[in-house]
Ligand binder design. Structure first.
Ligand code: AMP
Ligand code: GLY
Length: 394
């Protein structure tokens, strides 16, 4: 494969790909003679883009709509965990205010309330008291927090432990795990403040031992793959388990059906294998003998977010310093950016992810922050403690 086309793309991927706007994915794949399509976000997956490509006989890496429900509906996924004995937090579901309030009787604070549908990372509330839990159930059911997505709820026990993002490539039959990563969901240092899509992530060998990786594969990943096969929707694509490593072993908080942001940046930063070839194998049932080759150095990605994030954000601010950051050896991945004439400006909440590696995790952290220090835009905010949790393990 010699050329990458991105739809719609952005200025960052535009450095390596041709960005095209098009009325339809399949139409674009046919028009451009695309050999392999890889789906990034969850929405087109749930709408069945993979089903349509398959029907048209075109190679695509991603789950069919039936399998994408693992991310699209928390109730579906909790029931799926129960059916296939995948460890998860004890839970009840509720589809009305009365059911929600009644279900709370089975729990003590803190208790976790989750909107069933997609809510862009804003559908989970950890209530610290039962009073707060009751108020939150009322707000969800009234559509006040995340609209209709909140009128069906999962209510579950609060789990304690380290969170780990565990992503594997799946071809329906086989799994190839990527390196485990740790995200930082809260907006402020020390995991304080509201949850975001992720403010930074790192990858180093000590996040999980080889034995823990095997436990996750045996108790979570393989049962999920097998379960989806039995449900008649074999899973192809990126299978992402959000795990809590509890005293009782790994428990599954959620599945995503795509790569995670910002975990992808420090994970793929270390990949030495040809990603296109691996994904093509994934799309065509050929993962059985694939072994991935990784650079050994720990990697860290620090997200630079716009003022106001994770609430309403300010956009349109000029960004400078990316070239200077990359001259220091980092890679600056772009998310919320766009061109305004010849100016690169902010266009979303999480704007950039400055990614670097080093001989040790400490050196990787230092390298990422040194590079981040070169970048400027009005109202830029970022966490100063990305990767610090990993240092406790050394
Ligand atoms: P989710 O969308 O289900 O991954 O939830 C978003 C975030 O809420 C997770 O990344 C955790 O930080 C937190 N969370 C979700 N469920 C639980 C739970 N049962 N116990 C503790 N924290 C949780
Ligand atoms: N960083 C978590 C996610 O991509 O959903």
């Amino acid at each position: 494969m010699t050329k990458v086309i991105a739809m719609p793309g952005n200025p960052g991927i535009g450095e390596v790909a041709e960005c095209v706007a098009s009325p339809g994915y399949l139409r674009a794949a046919v028009d451009h003679g695309v050999d392999l399509t890889v789906v990034g976000p969850e929405a087109p997956l749930m709408e069945g883009v993979v089903d349509r490509f398959r029907d048209a006989g075109r190679a695509i890496f991603g789950p069919v709509a039936g399998a994408a429900q693992l991310e699209g509906s928390k109730i579906f996924s909790k029931n799926f965990f129960a059916k296939y004995s995948i460890p998860t937090a004890r839970y009840r579901t509720a589809e009305s205010l009365e059911e929600g309030l009644a279900a709370l009787d089975d729990f003590t604070a803190p208790v976790v309330l989750k909107a069933d549908g997609l809510a862009a990372g804003k559908g989970v509330v950890i209530a610290q008291s039962m009073d707060e839990a009751r108020t939150t159930v009322r707000q969800f059911m009234a559509g006040e927090l995340v609209g209709d997505a909140g009128r069906r709820l999962v209510i579950e026990e609060f789990l304690m432990g380290e969170e780990v993002s565990f992503i594997a490539l799946a071809d329906g039959e086989n799994l190839v795990p990527l390196l485990p990563a740790q995200d930082h969901k809260a907006i402020f240092d020390g995991d304080r403040g509201p949850n975001t899509g992720g403010m930074g992530a790192y990858v180093d060998e000590r996040i999980l031992t080889a034995e823990q990786v095997e436990t996750v594969m045996r108790t979570v990943m393989r049962p999920a793959l097998e379960g989806m096969r039995r449900e008649g929707s074999p899973f192809t694509g990126f299978l992402y388990a959000g795990l809590m490593m509890t005293a009782d072993g790994p428990k599954t908080l959620e599945f995503n059906v795509r790569l995670g942001d910002p975990e992808t940046q420090p994970i793929l930063y270390r990949l030495r294998s040809d990603l296109a070839a691996v994904l093509h194998a994934g799309a065509t049932g050929g993962l059985k003998d694939v072994v991935l080759d990784w650079a050994p150095e720990p990697s860290v990605a620090v997200v630079l977010a716009a003022a106001g994030y994770p609430g309403k954000v300010q956009t349109g601010d000029s960004i400078t310093g990316i070239a200077a950051a990359e001259a220091l050896g980092a890679k600056v991945f772009q998310a919320g950016t766009r061109w305004e004439g010849r100016d690169l400006v902010t266009s979303g909440g999480r704007v950039l992810a400055v990614t670097a590696s080093g001989a040790t995790l400490t050196e990787a952290i230092t390298a990422a922050y040194r590079a981040a220090g070169e970048v400027r835009f009005d109202g830029m905010q970022y966490r100063k403690d990305i990767g610090k949790k990993g240092l406790k393990r050394w």
